[in-house]
Design a protein around this ligand. Structure first.
Ligand code: F6P
Length: 320
């Protein structure tokens, strides 16, 4: 491997810049040329590719978002789009790809590897923490801290007015942000996709409690509906509280990455380059019990990410 290209794809996540920096500097450290592909797979097809040096990634470790920009590309899903992307990379002599993103990014890389046999490696960058094969994805720690900060603020006003707040957090089909921000924010309940909680069960919990105000965290992908829908259902049957809904939305995607995400991204960026040099391909870097691991596509993407049972257990004990 002589020339490596790096790109970010899918939803951005705090810490992606730290990962880009690590990929670029590790490539140069190991005497490889390194290129940026802007706007993910879109930029690969549009030939938006430029060479980088060690200084190109200065002053970015602390910045949220991604300096390479991100996009979700429809064209890359077609064989013609992928062929165009491959031709653009090969025209510059690029012989390996590092993608930073979620399951869509990894799926794209996998297809690309199958078709062209170019070595590819994925770094998990998503706030959702929904990828099996790694204890943490880049951005999840920062996003959860951001959610907790917002929940603390809502708690102040909830208490002053004796209100019940339903706070919707991101996570797509994963309840990780919800369960952990719920525990850390002292919520009475967290409604998550991995666990069925009916409106009646929630009302029973609220009814049993002697709290004058309460917070319920709702994961956006929950099967009982959105925070607005759940609040409406609860209101119809249980009128003790004045009820409000707050959807935290994209504020969870921005902001300066936590120390944890910066270090995680730095480790993963270096592991990606070292993996490529060792001949690894079609794998996603992960961290398991503090050890860097490489997960192959087939075993990683066919497994559901489970919520740690201990989190569910302690959330229940603390909700009385
Ligand atoms: O995957 C990250 C994420 O922020 C999810 O939590 C959320 O469901 C989705 O992306 C939102 O996507 P978009 O930014 O395209 O609206």
């Amino acid at each position: 491997i002589k020339k490596i290209a790096v790109f970010t794809s899918g939803g951005d996540a705090p810490g992606m810049n730290a990962a880009i920096r690590a990929v670029v500097r590790a490539s140069i450290y190991y005497d490889k040329e390194v290129f940026a592909v802007y706007r993910g797979y879109e930029g690969m097809i549009d030939n938006d590719i430029v060479p980088l040096d060690a200084r190109s990634v200065g002053n970015i470790i602390q910045r949220g978002g991604t300096i390479l920009k991100s996009a979700r590309s429809k064209e890359f899903r077609t064989p013609e789009g992928r062929k165009q992307a491959y031709d653009n990379l090969r025209a510059r002599g690029i012989d390996a790809l590092v993608g930073i993103g979620g399951d869509g990014t990894f799926t794209g890389l996998h297809k690309f590897y199958e078709e062209f046999k170019m070595p590819v490696i994925c770094i998990p960058g998503t706030i959702d923490n929904d990828l099996p094969g790694t204890d943490y994805t880049i951005g999840y720690d920062t996003a959860t801290n951001t959610a907790v900060e917002a929940i603390d603020k809502i708690r102040d006003t909830a208490l002053s007015h004796n209100r019940l707040f339903f706070i919707e957090v991101m996570g797509r089909d994963s309840g990780y942000i919800a369960i952990n921000s719920g525990i850390a924010g002292g919520a009475i309940a967290a409604i998550i996709p991995e666990e069925k909680m009916t409106t009646d069960e929630l009302i029973a919990t609220l009814d049993k409690s002697d709290k004058r105000s309460s917070l319920v965290i709702v994961a956006e992908g929950g099967k009982s509906g959105s925070a607005i829908e759940i609040a409406k259902q609860v209101n119809e049957k249980f009128s003790y509280y004045d009820t409000k809904v707050t959807i935290l939305g994209h504020l969870q995607r921005g902001g300066s990455p936590s120390y944890f995400d910066r270090v995680l991204a730095s480790k993963m960026g270096i592991a990606a380059i070292e993996g490529l040099i060792q001949g690894k391909t079609d794998v996603m870097v992960g961290v398991r019990d503090k050890t860097m691991v490489y997960n192959d596509f087939v075993t990683t993407m066919n497994k559901d990410r489970e919520i740690e049972p201990e989190l569910l257990r302690i959330a229940k004990i603390l909700s009385i």
